[in-house]
Write a protein that binds this ligand. Structure first.
Ligand code: ZN
Length: 201
């Protein structure tokens, strides 16, 4: 579940669904037709991914589990039969076998399978939405994929004004790293103003 944000699997491929419903290829569908196919795909999932509890359930889950409460059971809980069956599903086994891509490669996952909305909710809840979107739009605009270079460019051009705490933290980390690699101790190291404020709370 760490490698995908998709809500489930085991449905026929989108191209097959498109062919069955519209007698067309997925690429030939318009936005509304694509939305319909995506909704149909969800109803055809054979397993459901629950990222919030890191669990996979069968779409036919019987909604009961076997709990062993003997003294040596260690609280073992067995899933219901349909959920246990998911493990034998060839497509599920294939999904499990697929290697976790490196973080650098994850950027190339198809946009139609990205949990865009959940990402937006998370970034708003953690208060970094503006920052994330600023960096993203800069990358798209400059067609530049090096996020560190882009970050430096934004910091220098003053586009990160209002994010003093973040800049202060980075400044502190860079200086700390410089001192450590020069073999100096961290005693008497001064903290940037916003970090100082946080530490004094
Ligand atoms: Zn179940």
């Amino acid at each position: 579940l760490h490698r995908t944000g998709v809500g489930g699997g085991g449905a026929p491929h989108r191209s097959k669904l498109a062919l069955a419903r519209y007698a067309r290829k997925w690429k030939q569908l318009n936005t509304i037709q694509r939305k319909r196919i995506k909704k149909e795909e969800i109803t055809r999932y054979t397993w459901i991914n629950h990222h919030d509890v890191l669990a996979v359930y069968s779409a036919d889950c019987a909604k009961r589990v076997l709990v062993y409460d003997g003294p040596s059971s260690n609280g073992i809980v067995q899933p219901c039969d349909p959920c246990a069956e998911v493990l034998n599903d060839k497509r599920f086994q294939n999904a499990l076998r697929r290697k976790m891509p490196s973080e650098a490669h994850m950027r190339f996952s198809p946009s139609q399978y990205r949990p865009e909305l959940l990402g937006a909710v998370w970034s708003m809840q953690t208060g970094v939405r503006q920052l994330v979107e600023m960096v993203r739009s800069h990358i798209l605009y400059h067609k530049n994929n090096d996020i560190y270079l882009e970050f430096s460019r934004m910091a220098i051009s003053g586009n990160l004004k209002g994010h003093e705490a973040l800049l202060g933290l980075i400044e502190y980390e860079v200086r700390r790293f410089q001192r450590l690699s020069a073999g100096k101790s961290l005693c008497n190291m001064e903290y940037p103003h916003p970090i100082n404020e946080v530490m004094n709370i």
